[in-house]
Design a binder for this molecule. Structure first.
Ligand SMILES: [Zn+2]
Length: 139
């Protein structure tokens, strides 16, 4: 297996679904980072198949709800002195704001420009969300 330099202090976003790593990398604006970052695509996962990994040599604030929404199977490892001091297992957030937009053309969010796009989780197993305003389902 490819050996990648470990980080001394920062974050490792692990178990990202293959193909999603680049999207998350860009969403976190890591392509503009002035610190060391690594995007590893299609790493072999001990558990099953392949995964993407992002290593960040810096303590940055990341939106865990957003990450959990993109992929609830992600694990975020907090690294201090080259040791994992905390492991955060993500889940689907109960609500998401301004991440997805309602597809209903008659929804108030389609007309009002400054309104918050808010969705509420209605089925955790299926990952179903519904629009706060018009009940349109997002899956
Ligand atoms: Zn709506």
């Amino acid at each position: 297996m490819l050996n990648i330099t470990s980080i001394s202090k920062g974050l490792v976003i692990d178990h990202i679904k293959p193909g999603l790593g680049l999207k998350i990398f860009k969403y976190l604006k890591l392509d503009e980072a002035d610190f060391t970052v690594a995007l590893i695509i299609n790493a072999i996962s001990e558990k099953h198949g392949r995964k993407d990994i992002i290593k960040i040599e810096n303590k940055i604030d990341i939106d865990l709800a957003m990450l959990g929404f993109l992929d609830p199977n992600i694990t975020v490892n907090i690294i201090e002195d080259e040791v994992i001091i905390d492991k955060i297992n993500l889940t689907l957030p109960d609500t998401v704001e301004n991440i997805i937009e309602c597809k209903n053309p008659r929804c108030i969010t389609a007309e009002e420009r400054d309104i918050t796009h808010k969705f509420v989780l209605i089925n955790r197993d299926k990952g179903l969300y519904k629009c706060q305003y018009c009940d349109q389902i997002y899956s």
